[in-house]
Design a protein around this ligand. Structure first.
Ligand code: ADP
Ligand code: MG
Length: 228
């Protein structure tokens, strides 16, 4: 085991009919850092992230959290283990408010009827202010910019006590102002959480990330600091 690792993925394999999406991927992630996963379209970035987030099951290979081998059975299990993924296709409820979308993450307590709405709202406010996320809790999701919608997803992840936050190409399709907004939030997140984001924008990787993993045709071909 590597020292101080938050996460290790060892010899991960995942195939789809006719495609080796992940072919013996091994890497280790240190705490409180932003890791970039880089590679061309179809390289295997989303597949790797989805294996980690419990959406796909690897055919072979081990996942270790803080040095302990774990089985991640599904997305809920990943969440319980402190792993949250923000997908490229955001799945929010467009007509619901920001506040309601944040509560969705906590629906277990909600439907158990023991929800403490005031306490929830207090937590949401404290998360938003801690990260300087400016969001009107009463705004409808569809009225927000993509960057703000992503921030709701990030706030949701934080409210579930995620330790590892996975972002799949968070800046694709954003205008420059929104990119700046999201990147600055990602940098802040990296101070307290482990962040893994996929990206193919070199300048983004250089300004936001501490470590870079490069993946091609399902294989990890290089890793190092952005300078390297
Ligand atoms: P990236 O996110 O780097 O663009 P993906 O992980 O989405 O790459 O895809 C890796 C490879 O696996 C590609 O060849 C893609 O076509 C294939 N693939 C991804 N998801 C599926 C799926 N659900 N069914 C079949 N093939 C898939
Ligand atoms: Mg992808």
């Amino acid at each position: 085991m590597e020292k101080d690792s938050v996460l290790e993925m060892r010899h991960i394999y995942k195939t789809f009919p006719g495609v080796k999406a992940l072919d013996d991927v091994t890497f280790c992630v240190k705490p409180g850092s932003v890791h970039a996963l880089c590679g061309e379209n179809g390289a295997g970035k989303s597949t790797l992230m989805k294996v980690l987030a419990g959406i796909y099951k690897q055919e072979a290979g081990d996942i270790l959290l803080e040095g302990k081998k774990v089985q991640i059975t599904d997305a809920l299990d990943a969440m319980e283990k402190g792993i949250a993924m923000i997908h490229q296709e955001l799945n929010y409820y467009p007509d619901m408010t920001v506040e309601a979308n944040l509560y969705i993450a906590r629906e277990n307590t909600y439907f158990a009827g023991i929800v403490n709405r005031k306490e929830n709202l207090r937590q949401v406010h404290s998360i938003l202010s801690e990260y300087g996320i400016e969001l009107n809790p009463n705004a409808r999701m569809r009225e927000l910019t993509i960057a703000k919608q992503q921030m709701v997803e990030i706030a949701k992840a934080l409210s579930t006590n995620a330790k590892i936050i996975i972002l799949d190409e968070p800046t694709v399709g954003l205008d420059p102002a929104q990119m700046i907004e999201i990147r600055s939030l990602i940098r802040d997140l990296g101070k307290t959480h482990t962040v893994i984001l996929s990206s193919h924008i070199l300048s983004e990787v250089q300004t936001v990330c501490d470590r870079v993993l490069i993946i091609a045709h399902g294989r990890l071909v290089a890793q190092g600091t952005p300078e390297e």
